[in-house]
Design a binder for this molecule. Sequence first.
Ligand SMILES: [Zn+2]
Length: 218
Amino acid sequence: MAEPSRRALLVKEFANTLDVEAGTDRADSREGLAGWLIEMGLAAAGSIDVCESELRDFLVLRAGVRELLDAAGDPDPTLVAASDEVTRRLPMFVSLSSMLRPVVVEGEPAPEDAALDAVPAVDPATDLPRDFFFGVEAETLTADPTETAARRAMSAIAGAVATIRITGEIGRLTRCAALSCAMVFFDASKNHSRRWCSMRVCGNRAKARAYAARRREA
Ligand SMILES: [Zn+2]
């Protein structure tokens, strides 16, 4: 069974800050979103203040991500395009100087000379472990350290989406096809073709509805 990478987990958790079934939203206020970012390790406690426009941008980005993961494969292009307007303004850059360092493959021990010149585990600009941003590539794709904590966190999320798209892992993240649920889940099955978060609950509900509809027609 495939295990989700940290980045896939981050994208999933971000999408699921909205819980359709429970009617709750972790990002329904600036404080709520800041609390979630701290919980996820994307911001240090006491160092983040999400402003109104940042909150709006997070919500637009989230709507785009949730559409992208639509189980029916029929995402609303308007919502996805709106999230592009947010991501195009994100302060991210590709650091070639970080590429002078040896490549370390996730899950494998670092080569001996890598330890000598390893990227510091903690980002001096934020005091946060770099892992939370872009993983072992550390600063290859990075957020501008002069930006606000909220915008750096937004960059980390967008960077995670881009990375799992490149690795193909995004194909395992799916929004449940049941509209009353719409939870994003990680599909560990071999051909990753699951449509519902849970066959027992959402899948069976959908089948029962389809059965009832067929009976009405008959
Ligand atoms: Zn579901």
